[in-house]
Design a protein around this ligand. Sequence first.
Ligand code: MG
Length: 261
Amino acid sequence: MNKKSLTMKAALAALTCTVCVSSMNAQKQYPKQEGMTPGMSEYWTPQPKVVTPGDIKTNTAPSDAIVLFDGKDLSAWESVSGGPAQWNVHDGVFTVNKKAGDIQTKQKFNNYQLHIEWCVPKNISGESQGRGNSGIFMQGMYEIQILDCYNNETYVNGQTGSIYKQTPPLANAMRKPGEWNVYDIIYSAPIFKEDGTYRVPPRVTVIQNGIVLQNNTTILGTTEYVGFPKVVKHDAGPIILQSHGDPSEPISFRNVWLREL
Ligand code: MG
């Protein structure tokens, strides 16, 4: 066989082999991916705990709530400056005592759902920040404003439902003086880095009388009357109710309970 014939034979053999391998691959069978069934994306445990809701008519708290005021006494509270809470309990409610200063829960909390009702007296006087001013400090650091904002204008990041001096509320949902307002507050505590800055900042949702005022809003730092918020590392903290120094008639609270989350 001459040299040219040998080369052609080799080329023909190579072509034959390529065809052979391609044919084998085409015939190879792999398992099919299993199809989804509805049950593959459903799970049954752990079941959420059963909580019996409170009764709106009788102002009872949900079955798993920590009751912070049931109309009888302030035993769950103490004065921020030390000693018993000296606010005035009467007729199933308690009223700010401006001479006695702020009060706070004895217990400290992290994440929670807080229910608290408050009423501006019918005969309220004053204007802007000097009219029914109080507030709820979460973990003792961050104030959700309470103020009579019914026909009473003030700076918007200081009105009812603001994160005071930070974020205005999304709406003005005030009831008239003499009527009860309901706050439902869902608070997520911050998580800190080693260096004391926020890894996850605190966040809050505030609903007043069924209307959203804060929608999972990021809290920037501590409440400061003068200056800007500060980031201060802290642990679990109390709920503080503010006894504001304005000369207007003091507001009242009732039906206070909290569910830890
Ligand atoms: Mg205030």
